[in-house]
Design a protein around this ligand. Structure first.
Ligand code: ADP
Length: 767
């Protein structure tokens, strides 16, 4: 039994071989250290069971403590003393007495129980502790590699256990258990159990940490994504994907469409559900589903096949256009008799503003069909007709499918406006795509790149419009039946204006018919001096202008009635814009009136020729096109071949320069029909014979002086008439066209049919 000064430790246990420091401040403890230092520096350290207690009794201390050697005592601030001590050997406590000022414990050194362990057993113990410690260190992450190395270098299991026990940062309760173990094998078991348990704890802890971290990360990510999604949804005004998909499915069930389409839709909706609603793919998928749902797969409207009704409406909406109306009605009759889709496609050809679009609209109205207009002007990319494949960003269906979608039924009237303005370039052949649209053999299964499913166009009634026949791509031309819409004459324009355009404009501007009248003379003046066109678009605009001015007068100045007369017209429309083209006052040498056809109607072209001494050069001015230049060259050659007949000097053409000019030089002119005009002007200038001022002419010329036919006769005659011409020379081959021209134009015009230049000269030259 030994007696030693003792200290009760709180929250720590010191093991044999372990150097540790602890702080003391209790008076008793300080005295105990003092006493120990005065003796052999040995002190008994025992741990209290409960950290909270100040003066523990014997029961409140563990039974086993340690005898330690004090190595160092340092005085710290605030009356604290730091003691550095090394654990020496285990000792059990029997009693302690409050001797003098400190505690003195009665203790007994505890020897290990002897046991017989084989070398193998020891090695096994050593290995298992070593391995466990290595793993533990790895998991723990804060054990210095040197310590691990050190542990691995021990050969004796006792030393290893001692070392490891001291190294691992575990609770004092665990250390106490180690301290209490009274044999090597027990110590081994306790240590191994602690190591294993710690590793388990650490593994679980790590797992937890990872889970928590993952959850935090995921939560964080989800939160950000959700926020973004809600912002995007807000921007798009969209609702939830799931409910959208359900809505789509419901619509699909109700859709009037072939099974193939429904299957495709269901598949796509399934896909749509599974893709992240934030991705761009989702938007693409949504667009596709909505397009398919909106297309009129099997939805049709009921046509009104009553031809009387159709005729009534066509007559109601349009003045004149007899031929067009008749052809339209015939076409409709045939359509009714034969099965649909078989009838050819109608193409209305004529100058702008002549009512092509509007008559097509009337046909739709007459048949009670939905009307869609597809403007083809400037379409160069095949994809505009046939759509883009969905893989492209911003892909869309083509114009045809879009038109169907707008119409909402599969049998609308589709107007292909300006079909002569489509062009093809490197991006594919637009006319080939159109061909597929128009071909009744193929169009029941039209494939749009975007829709990817065959779309049935066979019930669509196509009507096309074009300004000029020449520009319509040939293969398309073959598929279509042309109906020509010609330009209007003055009296037609007058009727159209008073019966259709003015009432329309009055209504548009909120004026009652009795509030505004336009006198007949004023109307004629508007037509003659404020517009110059084949159709009536400009005229309609002018009438609109008058109506707007009148509306202001009525509203602002409280006028009750406004009369527009020839006199006050300038008040509404400003100064006259066009002067009437008039024939020359006198017969002149080298000036001839030709007739030309432009896209806005007919016009007269004065051709002037000057002859001057020179070297036989020819000069052509007035923005002539290539064809016209060639035609001029032919005209000159032809005149030269007639030299003998007209007594022209042999060397004349070598010694003189010829200059042909067509005024209004800024306007490009082309075409062969000025041939005889130029020839006549050249001959007149060369022979110094005046040309009659009231003779106009048109016709292509050949080298031998033959006159070839021309186009646009009606417009040309009309132009000649308005310019006040008396005689017009036209090619004999155009005679057949004369039948179709109303007598209103022909009356008062002497039309001379010619097939040789000499005939023209006989008529035109003053002899
Ligand atoms: P286009 O398609 O031939 O270029 P539009 O059909 O656009 O010409 O016609 C222009 C305007 O002239 C429309 O308001 C149309 O109603 C009117 N219009 C043209 N011809 C007639 C006509 N014969 N009777 C009544 N209005 C007409």
């Amino acid at each position: 039994m030994i007696k030693l000064p003792a200290i009760a430790l709180r929250g720590m246990t010191i093991l044999p071989g372990m150097i540790a420091h602890f702080d003391i401040s209790r008076e008793k403890s300080l005295k105990a250290v003092e006493a120990s230092m005065n003796e052999n520096q040995q002190i008994y350290l025992v741990t209290q069971k409960d950290v909270e207690i100040d003066n523990p009794g014997l029961d409140e201390l563990y039974q086993v403590g340690i005898i330690a050697e004090i190595k160092q005592v340092i005085k710290m601030q605030n009356n604290i003393v730091r003691v550095l001590a090394e654990g020496k050997c285990r000792a059990g406590i029997f009693s302690f007495t409050e001797k003098k000022e400190y505690l003195e414990a009665e203790i007994e050194i505890l020897e290990d129980t002897q046991e017989e362990l084989t070398q193998e057993e020891k090695t096994a113990m050593r290995r298992s502790i070593r391995e466990s410690f290595n793993q533990y260190a790895k998991l723990h992450g804060k054990i210095a590699p040197e310590a691990v190395k050190q542990a691995n270098s021990y050969d004796s299991v006792e030393k290893l256990i001692k070392y490891v026990s001291n190294m691992i940062p575990v609770s004092y309760a665990d250390k106490q258990r180690m301290l209490e173990a009274d044999s090597l094998s027990e110590r081994y078991e306790v240590l191994l159990a602690i190591l294993l348990r710690e590793m388990d704890v650490m593994a679980v802890q790590k797992e937890f940490q990872e889970k928590v971290k993952k959850r935090i990360d995921k939560n964080q990510k989800d939160y950000i994504l959700r926020e973004q999604m809600s912002v995007i949804r807000e921007e798009l005004g969209e609702t939830n994907t799931q409910s959208d998909a359900d809505g789509y499915l419901e619509e699909t069930e109700k859709l009037d469409a072939p099974e193939e389409v429904k299957e495709r839709l269901k598949k796509e909706i399934q896909r749509f559900k599974n893709i992240n609603s934030n991705s761009s793919e989702s938007t693409v998928s949504r667009g596709y589903i909505e397009t398919l749902l909106e297309l009129p797969w099997d939805k049709t409207s009921v046509d009104n096949n009553d031809l009387d009704h159709a005729e009534e409406i066509l007559n109601e909406d349009h003045y004149g256009l007899e031929k067009v109306k008749e052809r339209m009605l015939e076409f409709l009759a045939v359509r009714n008799l034969t099965s649909k889709g078989e009838s050819p496609i109608i193409c209305l050809v004529g100058p702008p503003g002549t009512g092509k679009t509007s008559i097509a609209r009337s046909v739709a109205k007459a048949l009670n069909k939905e009307y869609v207009r597809i403007c083809l002007g400037g379409v160069r990319d095949e994809a505009e007709i046939r759509g883009h494949r969905r893989t492209y960003v911003g892909a869309m269906p083509g114009r045809i499918v879009n038109g169907l979608r707008t119409a909402g039924v599969k049998n609308p009237l589709m107007l292909l406006d300006e079909i002569d303005k489509v062009s093809s370039d490197y991006k594919g052949d637009t006319s080939a795509a159109l061909l597929e649209v128009l071909d009744s053999e193929q169009n029941s299964k039209f494939r749009d790149h975007y829709v990817e499913l065959p779309v049935d166009l066979s019930e669509v009634l196509f009507i096309a419009t074009a300004n000029s026949m020449q520009d319509i791509p040939k293969p398309l031309l073959d598929r279509m039946e042309l109906i020509e819409v010609t330009s209007y004459m003055e009296n037609e324009k007058f009727h159209i204006a008073t019966e259709h355009l003015l009432p329309k404009q009055l209504e548009k501007n909120g004026i009652k018919p009795k509030q505004l009248t336009i006198s007949d003379e004023a109307m004629i003046k508007i037509i003659r001096s404020y517009t110059k066109e084949a159709g009536v678009r400009g005229l309609e605009r002018k009438l609109g202008e008058i109506c707007r001015k009148a509306a202001r007068e009525i509203y602002q100045n409280k006028k009750r009635k406004i009369n527009v007369t020839e006199k006050n017209l300038t008040k509404f429309l400003g100064k006259e814009k066009y002067n009437q083209e008039e024939k020359n006052e006198t017969d002149e040498i080298g000036i001839v009136r030709g007739l030309a056809w432009t896209s806005v109607g007919g016009t007269t072209l004065e051709t002037e020729v000057n002859i001057m001494p020179g070297k036989g050069e020819v000069k052509l001015t007035g923005k002539m096109g290539d064809v016209m230049k060639e035609s001029a060259a032919a005209a000159i050659s032809c005149v030269r071949s007639l030299s003998d007949k007209y007594n022209i000097d042999k060397d004349f053409f070598q010694e003189h320069d010829i200059h042909i000019h067509i005024p209004e030089g800024a306007v490009p002119k082309d075409g062969p029909s000025a041939g005889i005009t130029m020839a006549t002007a050249v001959l007149s200038a060369v022979t110094e014979t005046p040309v009659k001022a009231d003779v106009a002419m048109t016709g292509e010329i050949t080298l031998r002086g033959r006159v070839l036919p021309i186009g646009g006769l009606k417009e040309k005659l009309l132009a000649a008439k308005t310019a006040g011409m008396k005689t017009v020379c036209i090619p004999t081959k155009n005679e057949k066209d004369l039948d179709e021209i109303s007598s209103e134009i022909k009356d008062g015009l002497k039309i001379v049919l010619v097939d040789k230049l000499e005939q023209v000269l006989t008529v035109a030259l003053v002899r």
